[in-house]
Design a protein around this ligand. Sequence first.
Ligand code: ADP
Length: 180
Amino acid sequence: MIDDLLDMSLIEYGQLEIKKEPFDLRKILDSVLDIFLHEAQSKELLISSHLDPGIPELLIGDFSRLRQALVNLVGNAIKFTEQGEIRIHVQLLKQIDEHTILLKFAVQDTGCGIPKDKMDLIFERFTQVDGSYTRQHGGTGLGLALCKKIVTLLGGRIWVESMPGKGSTFYFTLPFFLED
Ligand code: ADP
């Protein structure tokens, strides 16, 4: 919680440095899955990641912020899902120019879903759909607000589609640079 608040204020004061480093996208996805494998298994949830063909393995960008966004979304997906599966899917949305591509990430769950009138509100800090659920499962109401700040700072967009009782999919887009 302290870390989230700190990152949030760094972004607000324009002090969060955006890194441009080469990384292997497959490895980032695997490292996110690794964090949650145990928790998913203990709830008997399947968890997987899928990378569309055509996405270069090596990209350049701020991979630790990408991982932070994914960790927040996958953590929520597990927290709010009692049965079924969590899937991370990465798509090549478009090639912006010779050096830049736009990726679309999806974190899909088969959990409790989010009522339509709450879908925008949950990206505001300290907003939770059901306080009693959170009291049971923990949470600060900061994760999605931070995700939105990170994704916006890095030049992307974040949104959710959801059917109460069926599940939710959180989407975000992010541009990355290609190796020369
Ligand atoms: P926290 O999870 O710490 O409460 P977040 O900002 O990450 O805070 O999420 C805010 C609220 O959005 C959650 O309390 C929950 O009501 C709702 N939410 C987030 N992710 C999901 C999800 N995958 N399924 C259902 N509800 C969700």
